[in-house]
Design a protein. Structure first.
Length: 116
């Protein structure tokens, strides 16, 4: 996915793990925030990075496989995946028990939820 980070107008690739669980998830829900756990890798070494708990409305879902995302990060943007037709890379992604994307949907690249 894409996350506007570290400031408005700049975007970073993140790997979405799951909806935020455990104590962190409960604390954020108590504040009215539904969040997802994401990993923000560093370039060119994606084995280091940041675990972030992000409001799910702040994530832009991409039609990109994990492998293509890793290539993009490791190459510092030099190897960019082409737009692929066919099955949506996020088709298996489930956040808060609900599928995020439908491979037959024309709404690819849509935010997890619309910002209010």
């Amino acid at each position: 996915g894409l996350l506007e980070y570290p400031r408005p107008g700049l975007w970073a690739i993140v790997f979405i793990a799951t909806d935020t669980r455990g104590e962190v998830g409960h604390r954020l829900e108590d504040r009215g925030v539904k969040s997802v756990s994401v990993f923000l890798p560093t370039t060119p070494n994606p084995t280091s990075g940041f675990l972030l708990f992000v409001p799910e409305t702040d994530i832009e879902i991409l039609d990109m496989s994990v492998e293509d995302g890793a290539k993009l990060v490791i190459s510092a943007g030099l190897v960019a995946p082409s737009k692929k037709a066919g099955k949506d890379a996020a088709s298996g992604l489930v956040i808060d028990g609900k599928p995020v994307s439908n491979p037959a949907s024309p709404e690819k690249g849509k935010k997890v939820k619309e910002r209010g």
